[in-house]
Each structure stands twice: as C-alpha cells, then as structure tokens.
Design a protein around this ligand. Structure first.
Ligand code: NAD
Length: 494
C-alpha cells in the first residue's frame, strides 16, 4: 500500500489536537486529578502536546467501563458487525493517514519514510486481517460417546489490559487491539507515556467507526501507576504487554492475584549469522538495516552480527561504510533514514553502553556519539573484536549499536547465537541449504530469517521464549490469546 503524505497539511490537525484527554466509556475526559504531562518531539526536544495523566482511579473507571461494554453491546453484537466496525476503522485510518503518520513521526522521532512504509500500513493490515477473523472464530463438534453431543465454543476472555511500548506505538498497539476486538473482548489500553498521541487519535477514530462506548478505553500516564493498577486489577482478565523484561516480571507477579492470562513480548539480543559462502553484499546490507532501522529500537534488532572468520574483515568494512552513509536528520524529511532515539534517558543509556564496550576492550570503529546538541541523535556505531561474554554482546542496548563477533564454524556460530538470555529472532546467511536448515532448527528463537532479515507479517506468529517472554501475537495464535475454549456436553437420552 502506498500512502500519499503531506506533512504541511497534517500540521493544523496536530495543533488542534491538544490537549489530549483520556478515553473512558466513549467520553474524552480529563484525569480525576486534573494533572497532565508533556510529550516531546525527540528530534527537537520541543513540547508537542499535553496529555492527561491518569492514575489508579482512572484505571479503575476505565476497567468498569470496559466491563459494562463487555457484558453489554459488544458481546451481543453479531460477529460480522464487529468485523465491519474494524474495517471502517481501517478506512478512517487510511483517510487520516497523513495526520496519523505525522503524529507518530513527531511523537516517537521516527523517520516519516519508515512510518509510511512500515508502521502505518502494518497497523492497517493488522486491522483488516483481524476484521476478517471476527466471524470465523468457532469451536468444533468432537466425537466422544454415542449418547452425547459434545462440542466446543470459543468465548472472549473478557477485559484486556494492553500495555504498549514506545518503539512502535501505533503498530504494536494495533497488534493487541485488533485481535482482542475481533474476538469480542473489550480493552483498556495504556500507551507508553513517551508516545500517547497516535493511540488517542485511533481512539477517536474508533468511536467514529461505530465502536460502542467502553469497548476501547485509553488511559495515558505513568506505567508504574496506571500500568501497575491495570495489572493488579481484579476485574481485568488478561494482560498483553510489550516492553522490558524487568516490567514483564512484575506483570507476572501482579497478574497472579486473580490468575490473569498474560502474554509478554520482552525484546531480544538477536544474532544475524553470516557464513563465508553467503552473498556478502546482501548480508551486510541487511545486517545494517537490521540494526539501524528505527535507530535500533526494535525488539528483534540484529544487534549481534556473527561473521565467519574468513569474511569477518570484509563484513566489518561493509557495515562500517553503510553506517557512515546513513542519512541522519529531521524525521519529517523523506530522505532521512535515521532519526533520534526516543528520550534523553534512552540516549544516555545507549552512550553508556558505547563506553562500556570500549572499556571491555571491543574496538569502536565508527559512530556511537551524540550528533548535534538538540534532539537525541546518535551516530550509528559499529563495534568489532567483540567477545561473546562482553556486556555489549549480552545485554539489550536498544539503540543503533552493533556488535560484530567472529566465529570459526557452524557449531561455534550456534553456540554464540544461542548464548544470551533472550530468544526472540535470529538470521542466517549461507548458500548451503543443509546448514541454514540446521541453523533454523537449532536456533533458540521465535522467528528465523534465512538469507533475509527483519520481516514480520501479521499472518505469522510473533514472539519468543525465555527473557523474550512467552505467548505469540499475530495469526491464529492471537485469536487463541483472546479467547477461552469451553466444552459443552449434551445428553441425547432425555
Ligand atoms: P518499559 O517496559 O518500562 O515500558 C513499556 C510499557 O510498560 C510502557 O507503556 C510503560 O508505561 C509500561 N510500564 C512501565 N512500568 C510498568 C509497571 N510497573 N506496570 C505496568 N506497566 C508498566 O520499557 P521502557 O522503560 O520504556 O524501555 C526500557 C527498555 O525496555 C528498552 O531499553 C528496551 O530494552 C525494552 N523495550 C523493549 C520493547 C520491545 O519491543 N520488546 C519495547 C520497548 C522497550
């Protein structure tokens, strides 16, 4: 899908959009305390909008609204009608594409070219895909015994808390919202406090599309207040979360209170493995985009590039050239490939890792420094001579920093690739079909890319295991996430 984009035309709509309120029970309301917080453009550090700062009481009234809508209009609505509403929302998103793309680019510092190529089309595709599912969710008749009719039905799990990160606010938000709504659940969404704007706009459009009040509620505010209140709320049935492992652990503990269902997507330290018989140019190009896309703030970023010793120097050289030629700058400029990172805190954390890498003895070949004094820009960094045990090779940096690690043979490559606490994704480059298949089989990862890197599609399951979390988004897996099977027995001898 190609989206025409007019940044100037979008600006008045953005200006008119402040201040932003909570969405509860179909009404745009201030927070109970009346408090607000500011959201910044990471490229300029300027305030874009003020946003209502919700608290536990706001979370509570949003859950109550979601419960009422679940027991009321949403549950009783025909499934095909639910699908139609999702399709109408997709149409409205296309109609307001310029404005939504501009909001996302301004709020998250994302290059507009990437938002138009990836975030927005993927969000719309996710909606239309799950709109199609809405009236195709069914159980089955199962043979058990002659005197009984036994069958299953799939019922919506109920009220869902969707806690969304800042790296792909629109797209990841939609990964949660679309299947949950298709299944007949109602939602309280908690956007990341750094990036609330696109979610709030989607909330407005959802009402325009005909979503009954209370089916989608949005409570903006701090994670440790609003997120925590939702996770611990006795009337929330499921939590779907994307973010850091630390918060994920807390969510598991909080969810234990009423045994909520939980799915967690917690990031990674993915290996992109290049063998000496690979197409080195294609592999290096994909390795660069695999780590530098979205300034490395991608859960499946190929943050470790593992290279066979015979081609190590060549790959380091090519990666360095690519890092040095990436156009850094204004996210609103279509030619920009690398925007700022999300916040000052994130920038400092990434620059700290660059220091740590050097102190550990890795060789910083290029980048890793702040660009300019305004906005959180970091030049793309390539580290060579990285040892597997170093912190820059083990810990998720979530920035444009790649560790290039040398390996000797297939077993060595697999040992290193599987040697972190994470298991989200992995890539392998080789022309040997046996070798790539062995790698795909043995890699500890929810997704393996062979002679490519970074693709996702809503039709394929997405998620990981170990410190990358558990549960899968996308495809039929998400339908299972948001429904419960019920077994029904009927005695035929009455
Ligand atoms: P985070 O885990 O703190 O935030 C993610 C979401 O969780 C946000 O909406 C936040 O408000 C909410 N949250 C925070 N504390 C909460 C709590 N106690 N209870 C419930 N919800 C809570 O992530 P972050 O601090 O924004 O980023 C830190 C690191 O997390 C990054 O550097 C990166 O490593 C990782 N991360 C991973 C992903 C991913 O796609 N898997 C996305 C964003 C961040």
């Amino acid at each position: 899908m190609s989206i025409a984009y007019d940044y100037a035309a979008a600006e008045p709509a953005i200006a008119a959009a402040k201040p932003r309120l909570l969405l509860i029970g179909g009404q745009h309301v201030p927070s109970i305390t009346g408090r607000t917080f500011k959201t910044l453009n990471p490229a300029t550090e300027q305030v874009i909008a003020t946003v209502a700062e919700g608290n536990e009481a706001d979370a509570d009234r949003a859950v109550a609204a979601a419960r009422r809508a679940f027991e009321g209009p949403w549950r009783s609505m025909r499934a095909s009608e639910r699908g139609q509403i999702l399709l109408r929302l997709a149409e409205l998103m296309k109609k307001h594409a310029d404005e939504i793309a501009a909001l996302e680019s301004l709020d998250a510092g994302k290059p507009i070219s990437g938002v138009l190529r990836q975030d927005l089309p993927a969000a719309i595709d996710t909606l239309t895909y799950y709109a199609g599912w809405a009236d195709k969710i069914h159980g089955e008749v199962v043979s058990t015994r002659d005197d009984a009719l036994t069958y299953t039905v799939r019922e919506p799990v109920g009220v869902v808390a969707a806690i969304v990160p800042w790296n792909f606010p629109l797209m990841i938000g939609m990964w949660k919202l679309a299947p949950a709504l298709a299944c007949g659940c109602t939602i309280v969404m908690k956007p990341a406090e750094l990036t609330s704007l696109s979610a709030l706009r989607i909330g407005e459009l959802a009402l325009e599309a005909g979503l009954p009040p209370g089916v989608l509620n949005i409570v903006t505010g701090p994670g440790r207040v609003v997120g925590d209140a939702l996770v611990n709320h006795p009337d929330v049935d499921k939590v779907t979360f994307t973010g850091s492992p630390g918060v994920g652990r807390g969510i598991l503990r909080g969810a234990a209170g009423n045994f909520k269902r939980v799915s967690l997507e917690l990031g990674g330290k993915s290996a992109n493995v290049i063998f000496d018989d690979a197409d080195i140019e294609a592999a290096s190009k994909a390795a660069a985009s695999g780590i530098f896309f979205n300034a490395g703030q991608v859960c499946s970023a190929g943050s470790r590039v593992l290279v066979h010793e015979k081609v190590y120097d060549e790959v380091v050289e090519r990666l360095t050239q690519r890092a040095q030629s990436i156009r850094i700058g204004d996210p609103g400029d279509r030619a920009t490939a690398l925007g700022p990172v999300i916040s000052e805190k994130q920038m400092k954390s990434i620059l700290d890792y660059v220091d740590i890498g050097q102190k550990e003895g890795a060789l910083l070949i290029t980048g890793g420094i702040r660009v300019g004094t305004r906005g959180y820009f970091i030049s793309p960094a390539v580290f060579a001579n990285v040892e597997h045990e170093m912190r820059i090779s083990q810990e998720e940096i979530f920035g444009p920093v790649v560790s290039v690690i040398k390996f000797k043979d297939e077993a060595d490559a697999l040992r290193i690739a599987n040697g972190t606490a994470y298991s989200l994704a992995a890539g392998v480059w080789s022309r040997d079909i046996g070798r790539v298949q062995r790698f795909a089989r043995n890699a500890k990862a929810g997704t393996v890319w062979i002679n490519t890197y970074g693709y996702t599609d809503v039709r394929l399951p997405w998620g990981g295991v170990r410190d990358s979390g558990f549960g899968r988004e996308h495809g039929s897996a998400a339908i299972e996430n948001f429904t419960e099977p019920k077994a029904v027995w009927m005695n035929l001898n009455v």
